[in-house]
Design a protein around this ligand. Structure first.
Ligand SMILES: C[S@@+](CC[C@H](N)C(=O)[O-])C[C@H]1O[C@@H](n2cnc3c(N)ncnc32)[C@H](O)[C@@H]1O
Length: 292
């Protein structure tokens, strides 16, 4: 699968230039960043985490040239302490988080992440999890749908969309991504969104809700200072303002507490060349901090 790891050179360079030996890729995905972390120096050991077992199958193949120098865990990154315990270590030299969905998830129609593919409404990164997009779309109260679509999608037509969803599901359950995308499209004034598909923000919102993405991010970040060696680094790549705000505020809080030194006063963003090669990278922001 064609996959361009976002802000690859910038993130791996900033993460590993502290000369450390043990790094965690907490969102190992298809192993793109992990491969480059392991390529940096022969004495680096990498612990890869992902809650998606299919992603781990791919990263295992991708990292096979480094056999013996990495281990992979299916877990939520919020449970990073347990993963480190299983490895028999308390602290590491760097942690990378490349947030959001992977190409594998977006391009596998039956996972139900994409409005471009027709599939059952699923959107679970961890297929063992109970909550699905079907449940959110067909069972949540209208006011909760409004809140989610407004807050997590930053969608100005949240009220109209939620109303349209509730109206449609009264007749028949909404089963597929295509049905949902059509309902959303009809609820938005024609031609309003020119650069993105009208369902983009609503799909993002439902995905964030299904996977409790912001909740897990907040909880994970709060644990990081205790898991880093002195001069250990945390690098986070975010893809929308909600994630970036959480990262920025948490880093600032730890800086005030004297735990972190910020290595990126302003976030690093992709070059024009990268955006041209990989348009979804355009919203990415990289922030890096170092343990004092
Ligand atoms: C953008 S992709 C990472 C791509 C990876 N850096 C690469 O180069 O292949 C994000 C990955 O994070 C995983 N993920 C998202 N939230 C997670 C969480 N709370 N815990 C563990 N993994 C998570 C997703 O399943 C997905 O595979």
């Amino acid at each position: 699968m064609l996959h361009f790891p976002v802000l690859l050179k910038e993130s791996v360079e900033l993460l590993t230039s502290n000369g450390g030996k043990v790094y965690v890729d907490a969102t190992v995905g298809l192993g793109g960043h992990a491969y480059h972390i392991l390529s940096r120096r022969e004495d680096i050991y990498l612990i890869g985490i992902d809650k998606d077992p299919y992603a781990l199958e791919e990263s295992k193949k991708r990292l096979s040239p480094f056999e013996g120098r990495f281990s992979l865990y299916q877990a939520d990154y919020e449970d990073i302490e347990e993963v480190l315990k299983a490895e028999g270590i308390e602290r590491v030299d760097g942690i990378l988080m490349d947030l959001g969905v992977s190409m594998l998830q977006l391009k596998t129609p039956e996972r139900g992440f994409s409005f471009k593919e027709n599939a059952p409404l699923d959107m679970r990164m961890d297929p063992k999890q109970k909550l699905t997009a079907y449940y959110v779309v067909n069972r949540y109260k209208e006011r909760d749908l409004v809140r989610i679509i407004k807050e997590y999608g930053e969608e100005r037509f949240a009220y109209r969309i939620a109303k349209a969803i509730v109206g449609a599901r009264r007749k028949n359950p909404i089963e597929t991504t295509k049905e949902l995308a059509d309902i959303v499209e009809k609820a938005i004034p024609k031609g309003f969104y020119k650069k993105i598909h009208p369902a983009t923000k609503t799909f993002q919102a439902i995905r964030i809700e299904v996977n409790r993405e912001l909740w897990h991010l907040k909880n994970a970040l709060l644990k990081i200072p205790h898991l880093l060696n002195p001069k250990g680094r945390i690098a986070v790549i975010s893809f929308h303002s909600l994630e970036d705000r959480i990262v920025k505020q948490t880093f600032r809080y730890f800086e005030k507490e004297g735990l972190f030194e910020l290595l990126t006063k302003k976030p690093i963003t992709p070059s024009e060349e990268e955006i041209k090669q990989n348009p979804p990278s355009r919203s990415a922001k990289l922030r890096v901090a170092q343990r004092v």
